[in-house]
Design a protein around this ligand. Structure first.
Ligand code: I3S
Length: 128
């Protein structure tokens, strides 16, 4: 799993820095812990790592390993309601495995673009 063809990548592929926190893990509420993370949307996977790495060298020795990844098959994404966070421009992603995360950026357009890409990825991979 060390190569990714750019030619075949759909338009839902996206990467960038986001603020992220888990709020639920396997159906259990966990304490929020916002951190800035490099996010990569690749197929049905949303991958988070502390530092930036390119999708193609993700697992290379000098690139940081992903902290965690989210399986988007059967997941949902929505704009988070105000009670989920006091921050602006927050998305909530819920997985079929019962993990919920919040992703946030102070740049509204960044979150709008992620919302589009995540929706597209979820729709594309929903029935896998
Ligand atoms: O949903 P909460 O509990 O209001 O989330 C806030 C807390 O996680 C807070 O940390 P403490 O657990 O030390 O109080 C964070 O600093 C805040 O950022 C969290 O709220 P926001 O509204 O920023 O998601």
């Amino acid at each position: 799993h060390d190569t990714a063809s750019t030619e075949t990548e759909p338009s839902s592929e996206r990467s960038g820095f986001l603020n992220v926190t888990k709020i639920t893990e396997q159906g259990k509420k966990v304490r929020k812990n916002w951190s800035s993370s490099w996010a990569v949307l690749q197929g049905s996977l949303l991958i988070f790592a502390k530092n930036q790495g390119t999708a193609t060298s993700w697992f290379g020795s000098h690139q940081s390993k992903p902290d965690f990844s989210i399986d988007l098959r059967g997941a949902t994404v929505e704009r988070a309601s105000k009670d989920k966070s006091s921050k602006k421009h927050v998305l909530e992603v819920k997985t079929r495995q019962g993990t919920e995360i919040l992703i946030q950026s102070d740049v509204e357009n960044t979150i709008n673009e992620w919302f589009k890409s995540l929706t597209e990825a979820i729709n594309t991979h929903a029935w896998e």
